[in-house]
Design a protein around this ligand. Sequence first.
Ligand code: GYE
Length: 325
Amino acid sequence: MKSRIVYIMVILSMLLSLAACSGGQKTAQKKTYTYQDMVVGFIQTGSEGGWRAANTASFKETAEKLGIKLKFYDAQNKMENQLSAFRNFIADKEVNVIILAALETTGWEDVLKEAQKAGKIVVLEDRRIDAPETLYATYIGSDFAEEGRKAAIEMCKLLEGSAKKNVVELVGNVGSSAAKDRGQGFREKMGECGITIIKSQTANWDATEGKAVMEAWLKETTDIQGVFAQNDEMGLGAAQAIKEAGLDPGDDIKIITVDATAGAFKAMIAGDINTVIECNPLLAPQVYEAALKALNGEELPKWIPSQEGVFYAKDAETILPTRKY
Ligand code: GYE
């Protein structure tokens, strides 16, 4: 009898030690990724001006600092290039994270499903898209609608007491979330002080195009009290056109832009631009941190908005030296 009890005890202890070590093997199999394990396929829009250059620099510099292997692709502002790059990164066995700055809000569902099937983490930076949230880990970018609302509120301040409040709007790439949402936000608030948008046209984020569109408008009418430019470059172009029409930008016609690049600060110091709404391009640290969390299986909020402010001409000279871009 005694030997039977000893025999059962021995079997039991063997089973317990087996369970413990297999459990250990199981936990040993669960890998914890570090930044050095990350191989990122980053799909950038293309060159659009100071904001974009700062955004790209943020991702390259931060990858270097963290030891992330970055495969950078510049889509030259072509949607078809972004889609083909996306598929190339899905096929690239080395890539475990894909980061996208989407040129357009639509057209992403198929590649996102392919990426999910291939087990790739997808993080959206800068631009949001219209696709099911389950298809990407998170979106890190600005609240563009809030930027538009801020612009309208600031334009109301600039036009206070003006008999007329005719405003013209220079729009970015019309398919982009930044353009759509800034326009929507501005329209939500402009009625509070009787602003009317008398002209609205895309200048594709570009200074030269912004100048050409403003020139054409001024040939039609000079009964314009304000310009809402959805980025700095287009606002700088409009200021040039206003000067060449013999008017004083920042005085005869008020100008508000979005981004807050160094060019806008210099234009505020020169008196050509009145107010600038900040849009932060230095997103890489937040984006890489979110990607690492997602790689390690963490659930993330589907949108992590950037924190941003408003800058005024009177403060520009003091603030410019503190700016990173
Ligand atoms: O405002 C503009 C750039 O997506 C927020 O894109 C970005 C916008 C920015 O071309 O300058």
